[in-house]
Design a protein around this ligand. Structure first.
Ligand SMILES: [Zn+2]
Length: 432
């Protein structure tokens, strides 16, 4: 199938100048042309999508999420992180079961698609269910499976289970025509004993796995890790050999200049989660300083229990604003830098060819409708418009791996009413 998207304002990537009169050709799941409009011979194409009034961008990459947590949306707000996590979230999570994770991921997938995300990096419990939801929703995802488990659900890791991890990798790495990739979840340094983490790291190296981990989210975490390991968190990770594989590190809020210098030399991809960090009052990550040092910072929503959505357009908006305000410098974390975090940087962290629209890239394309009142009169730089003015609800059409998964805001092939009903009944059960 050869398809054409015509009459779009084209944003090929975060760096190049937007093309006002652009078009995209893709054959199967690969882009074969993205550039200025050329003469079109209609009968060359199996399908022509008229993108008039739209901006075309590469699909957004949500680099840190816990998809099924949409089940717990608005269940615990305005609480201290410790009370929120240990008092409310973990006891509720202990009652999740069976296909709860599937329906939660399906709902998150619908929300992500409808706000322009085409790929996400996820860690949670029961990732087999999550993988099935990715296959069924036609999204692209990197799914992080843990190696450290426990008999008790509230206690996240006292037993090393390398075998289950290897089986998961074997089953899902490359599944769904390559839409699924896998990585290793090591939830954090604080949940497990060092010997168990080291065992996991060795397996990550052996299986050539990206490690997905939470690092330095709170001041208390930093204090506790330094007391336990008698060194900085990043040094402890280095000692355990973590940086022998790429490490995608969520949060990275409490880092100083010494940490930033350290990060420059290591295979680390920090993920900025501004909404979650603000909502749980964890602090503000010095992302502006990381970007200045050329560190590949990515962007993620975190789970919907601490956000409370999985909308990357909104996440970009907040990411671009807070550093200006906190540092009283309006030049910091520009729209283009923010857009790059949400596209190409995420793609690089996941070692994927997505994140840009060019010949040879996977056809993960999002069309944003710019005809709404809040976008008028238009004319501005499209990237700045997306980050500063647009809403997730402006996403009109979404193509993942060459397949149209949302058209004119209608999600194709998924029964969203049933998905919402399933999640409602799970939530009712949890709260009863
Ligand atoms: Zn998280």
């Amino acid at each position: 199938m050869k398809r054409l998207i015509k009459n779009v304002r084209l944003v090929k990537d975060a760096c190049s100048k937007a093309i006002q009169d652009g078009m995209i050709v893709y054959e199967g799941n690969v882009i074969t042309y993205a550039g200025k409009r050329t003469d079109v011979v209609s009968n060359e194409y199996d399908q022509i999508i008229d993108g008039n009034g739209c901006i075309a961008i590469p699909g957004l990459v949500n680099c840190h999420s816990h998809a099924p947590m949409v089940i717990l949306r608005n269940i615990a707000n305005d609480m201290k992180l410790e009370d929120w996590l240990f008092g409310r979230i973990l006891p509720l999570e202990a009652n999740l079961q069976g296909d709860d994770y599937y329906w939660g991921t399906m709902l998150a997938a619908c929300e992500m698609i409808s706000s322009g995300t085409t790929c996400f990096l996820d860690m949670y419990l029961d990732m087999e269910q999550c993988a099935q939801a990715v296959l069924d929703s036609k999204m692209r995802a990197n799914i992080s499976k843990n190696t450290l488990t426990s008999d008790k659900k509230t206690d996240r890791g006292t037993i090393f289970d390398g075998k289950a991890y290897e089986q998961f990798v074997k089953k899902y790495r490359g599944a769904g025509n390559g839409r699924i990739t896998t990585s290793m979840e090591i939830h954090s340094l604080y949940l497990y004993e060092p010997e168990l983490i080291k065992q996991s790291v060795d397996l990550a190296v052996e299986t050539n796995s990206i490690i997905h981990i939470h690092v330095l989210e709170t001041q208390d975490e930093k204090k506790n890790i330094e007391a336990k390991y008698k060194m900085r968190a990043l040094e402890a990770m280095d000692r355990m050999g973590m940086f022998n594989v790429p490490v995608v590190a969520a949060h990275m809020v409490h880092v100083d200049d010494v940490d930033i210098q350290f990060m420059k030399d290591k295979s680390i991809y920090p993920v900025h989660n501004p909404t979650s960090n603000l909502k749980l009052a964890s602090g503000v990550s010095p992302v502006d300083r990381m970007l200045k040092e050329g560190i590949c910072v990515c962007l993620g929503t975190d789970g919907a229990a601490s956000n409370n959505n999985v909308n990357m357009i909104e996440e970009m908006h907040i990411a671009s604003l807070i550093h200006k305000g906190v540092n009283r410098d309006s030049k910091l974390v520009s729209a283009r830098e923010t857009f790059q975090m949400a596209t190409l940087n995420g793609a690089n962290a996941l070692n994927s060819k997505i994140g840009k629209l060019e010949e040879g890239s996977p056809a993960d394309i999002v069309l944003l409708d710019e005809t709404g009142i809040h976008n008028a009169p238009g004319f501005g730089d499209p990237v700045e418009q997306i980050v500063y003015s647009m809403q997730g609800s402006d996403v009109k059409t979404v193509i993942i791996d060459g397949e149209t998964v949302m058209k004119n805001r209608e999600i194709i092939g998924l029964d969203t009413e049933k998905i919402i009903a399933e999640v409602k009944s799970i939530r009712k059960r949890l709260e009863s």
